[in-house]
Ligand binder design. Structure first.
Ligand SMILES: C[S@@+](CC[C@H](N)C(=O)[O-])C[C@H]1O[C@@H](n2cnc3c(N)ncnc32)[C@H](O)[C@@H]1O
Length: 200
């Protein structure tokens, strides 16, 4: 299985570069919602890097028990019990200072990606940030060879999955008030994309 589909060694490898880039953007964040939190590798690391932050993890119902089990060993007030959250369903009320997702946009089908943007736009406070890490495409540009191979492996597995164009994501965000403010190159041809809620 490709590491970016569900191998936690990928999360172990990418957690430091992600948070090296993220800390500056989330310096004033006190309440963050993570979608598709997997085995909580990023959440645990967030506690060390964002000392004043409550990091609310969540997972789709099918993977929820794994997340709960992953966090059962060490109760921590800044890491509350995970929420069962399919981004296409009911979201928590918020408000959150940020919504974070690592390697989720290419796994979700497009309707779920739309729901992710709509949900984030609703629960973010003004100037709150939607932060997505992973491999992305750029419209009209040849993808990096590794990303092209990963994209076709995903589409072979499920035609609804696949790397997303940054411009298409911007197009989802704009009418919702989510304006992209950062596009940061990360190791192994990944990116950290950040949109800010400017709509309220
Ligand atoms: C490749 S894993 C990434 C896990 C973790 N974020 C990481 O980086 O290790 C993709 C995650 O997206 C989640 N996911 C897929 N569809 C979802 C949906 N509709 N709502 C919420 N999460 C979803 C899956 O449950 C899975 O945990």
């Amino acid at each position: 299985m490709n590491a970016r589909i569900g191998d936690n060694s990928a999360a172990e490898r990418n957690k430091r570069p992600i948070f090296d880039a993220l800390v500056e953007h989330l310096a004033d964040a006190r309440h963050v919602l993570e979608v598709g939190a997997g085995d909580a590798t990023h959440a645990r690391h967030a506690l060390e890097r964002l000392r004043d932050c409550i990091w609310q993890t969540s997972e789709a119902p099918g993977h929820y028990r794994r997340l709960v089990a992953a966090l059962a060993d060490r109760p921590e007030p800044r890491l509350p019990r995970p929420l069962s959250l399919d981004v296409r369903g009911q979201w928590p009320a918020g408000p959150f200072d940020a919504v974070f997702g690592a390697n989720v946009a290419h796994i979700m089908d497009w309707a779920a990606v739309e729901a992710l943007f709509a949900g984030a736009a609703r629960v973010l406070r003004r100037d709150g940030r939607l932060c997505l890490y992973g491999p992305f495409l750029r419209r009209g540009e040849q993808p990096e060879p590794g990303n092209a191979a990963f994209d076709s492996a995903l589409r072979d597995r499920d035609p609804a999955m696949g790397l997303r164009e940054i411009e298409a994501l911007d197009g989802l965000g704009e009418p919702l008030g989510l304006i992209r403010v950062a596009d940061i190159a990360m190791p192994r041809d990944n990116r950290l994309l950040i949109w800010q809620q400017r709509g309220r």
